[in-house]
Ligand binder design. Structure first.
Ligand SMILES: [Zn+2]
Length: 622
């Protein structure tokens, strides 16, 4: 579908290319031409020139050039027909019919109708906000949010009176038909066929398309109604998830700064905008859609996601990250302290504090890793596996191979995955295009982390097999001792069954461990015993010397040895952890904490010494 060529030629002749480009770029006359710093590449001395006589522009720096239509296509990132529409609009030339089908035309007319009605509604609501007595509550709300009257006008805010029909009456006065009103989304249709005004007693936020036309509205309650915001339904002019709030005002700044800050709500955009942060766009409540991402990517390839810090906000941020990555955008995440949203934060701490934090926004992968680590301990294999599982999809989504590898290495490092075989396996699952082959990464981590020691294996067998030993030893097993073992879930299940007075056997254990594949695999062996040469490696305390005695050893003596071995392992692990914790406390300058940790370390060294086997029992002979 296109405009007739005669029209295009006409339009080009009628258009003053200097005046059109002047809307976007500050041109200065220089001889026959006009010059400016190029809007398409970074430069300090002007190499962008416009020739009114030749009706073209050309940049000597980046070699972009062409007609006025090419310029508009490039700067607005629109198609050729859209560029023509924009230029015709600027010049004031009426558009001819597109040489094409009628269905598109009628759809287009319906959308134009909706926009016309929306425009009338917006203007009327603006007047109400300005001067009606009833709107005082709305004006007071704006004052309480420190929103100036200039900002109010920039965003065309309004007030919808608390009436079932005031707007409908007004629209009919302006000449709208009932059919147009019904299709506008400004009213709600009742079953009997009548309709009533959708927005009543609300502060109105118009949602504009990129060209600045009102396509929908959000209305904020000013009383304590359940629905804090209500929004326009979809209409011929408005499809949900296709637009970004504020972009009509902020896109030039986004292009200039070469990145966009993505926020959630109306005020999260309006308040930063008012304080001078103007490269912002709002996704409006819902998580970002692929269409919104495409729209945004016309103006910048880098995005800083700045959603609420609460749970819903974090979920929405993570969802948005995946979608931004799929569009191959570079993503950072800004998390404000104490769950502040941008609106509250700027009002409380000021814009320069906000900008400082924004400048330190983390690469999204760090945000994802931080969240995966929250409330989890990497010393527990099951939790470590969960953390890896949570992070992998965000690496898989990266399209650039080098970047993907870099983030993968970052994640492996942060999640303490040091085993190279495992790393290779995880990397393989990332490169397959099947989205997460059913927890493959998780299973790989658990398998590799799960090299159970001989001591824990034998002790578990003894505790399952021998009720007397179980009653004697379970109370002596502090959770800390087994929590970070490969078999921790089995120890937990045993303790749980014992606590509840349930008979311990294969069936009850299988029942208790039903969601733990790895434990279930081990269970038959643990119940059966006879694993003398299967389970390997007693850790620092070699058990190889006693393994030969295994079948004949007094079970109580064996259990004591195993418990001592596990104790020893736990102390070793804790000492290792303390080394890094002390280093961190030291770096943070937290002397009190460091001293406490050093003391704990000293105590553990002594306990370890006490557990050391006597010199005549050789230690670790492999
Ligand atoms: Zn250039």
């Amino acid at each position: 579908m296109r405009y007739p060529q005669t029209f295009i030629d006409d339009l080009r002749r009628q258009t003053d290319i200097v005046r059109v480009i002047q809307d976007y770029v500050q041109l200065k006359k220089k001889g026959a031409n006009w010059m400016a710093c190029c809007p398409f590449h970074k430069e300090k001395t002007p190499s962008f020139s416009v020739s009114p006589t030749k009706e073209i522009f050309y940049c000597f720096g980046c070699h972009k050039g062409g007609s006025v239509f090419n310029f508009v296509m490039e700067i607005e990132r629109v198609s050729f027909p859209e560029a023509i529409r924009i230029v015709a609009d600027k010049v004031g030339m009426p558009l001819p019919k597109l040489v094409d089908d009628s269905r598109f035309e009628s759809k287009r007319r319906e959308a134009d109708d909706v926009i016309q009605l929306n425009t009338w509604a917006m203007q009327w609501w603006e007047q109400q906000l300005e001067s009606s007595a009833e709107a005082r509550i709305a004006r007071e709300y704006l004052v309480s949010r420190e929103i100036s009257s200039e900002t109010q006008k920039t965003f065309r805010l309004g007030y919808a009176p608390d009436s079932w029909e005031a707007l409908s009456v007004y629209l009919r006065q302006k000449g709208a038909t009932q059919a147009q009103i019904d299709k506008s989304g400004l009213v709600v249709k009742k079953e009997e066929g009548n309709s009533y005004d959708r927005f009543r007693g609300r502060l109105m936020f118009p949602v504009m398309d990129v060209q600045g036309r009102p396509i929908a509205f959000g209305g904020r309650t000013l009383k304590n109604e359940d629905a804090k915001y209500i929004n326009s339904p979809e209409t011929a002019a408005y499809i949900k998830g296709r637009n970004l709030f504020g972009l009509n005002l902020t896109r030039d700044e986004i292009r200039r700064q070469q990145f966009a800050i993505l926020v959630e709500g109306f005020l999260d955009l309006i308040v930063p905008y008012q304080s001078g942060v103007r490269n912002v766009a709002a996704s409006l409540g819902t998580a970002l859609t692929p269409e919104q991402t495409k729209l945004l990517s016309r103006f910048a390839r880098k995005v800083v996601v700045n959603y609420d810090g609460d749970r819903a906000g974090v979920q929405a941020a993570k969802k948005s990250i995946e979608i931004l990555l799929a569009e191959d955008l570079e993503v950072k995440v800004l998390v404000l302290p104490e769950n502040f949203d941008p609106d509250e934060f700027i009002r409380k701490f000021g814009v320069s504090e906000y900008q400082q934090r924004r400048a330190k926004a983390l690469p999204y992968i760090q945000f994802v890793i931080d969240h995966a680590l929250r409330d989890r301990s990497l010393h527990r294999p099951a939790e470590k596996a969960e953390a890896v599982e949570e992070v992998l999809p965000y690496i898989r989504a990266v399209r650039d191979h080098v970047q993907k590898r870099e983030y993968f290495d970052m994640a492996m490092d942060a999640l303490h995955v040091t085993d190279l075989t495992l790393q290779r396996e995880l990397w393989r699952t990332l490169r397959s295009n099947v989205p997460d082959p059913v927890g493959a990464g998780k299973r790989a981590v658990r398998r590799s982390g799960l090299k159970q020691t001989f001591a824990e294996t034998r002790l578990l067998h003894l505790l399952i097999d021998n009720e007397t030993l179980r009653k004697e030893f379970l109370p002596r097993l502090e959770p800390a001792i087994y929590q970070e073992l490969a078999t921790s879930s089995i120890f937990e299940a045993l303790a749980e069954l014992e606590r509840n007075g349930v008979k311990v056997d294969f069936d009850s254990l299988r029942e208790a461990l039903q969601n733990d594949e790895v434990a279930l695999e081990l269970l038959p062996m643990l119940v059966m015993g006879g694993f003398g040469n299967g389970a390997d490696n007693g850790g620092e305390l070699s058990v190889s010397a006693e393994r030969g005695l295994d079948e004949h050893a007094d079970p109580r003596v064996a259990a004591e040895r195993d418990l001592a071995a596990l104790n020893f392992l736990w102390i070793e692990r804790r000492i290792q952890q303390l080394v890094s914790e002390i280093k961190t406390a030291d770096n943070d300058g937290d002397d009190a904490l460091r001293d406490r940790l050093v003391l704990e370390q000293l105590n553990l060294h002594q306990r370890r010494k006490a557990l050391m086997p006597s010199p005549d029992a050789p230690v670790s002979t492999n």
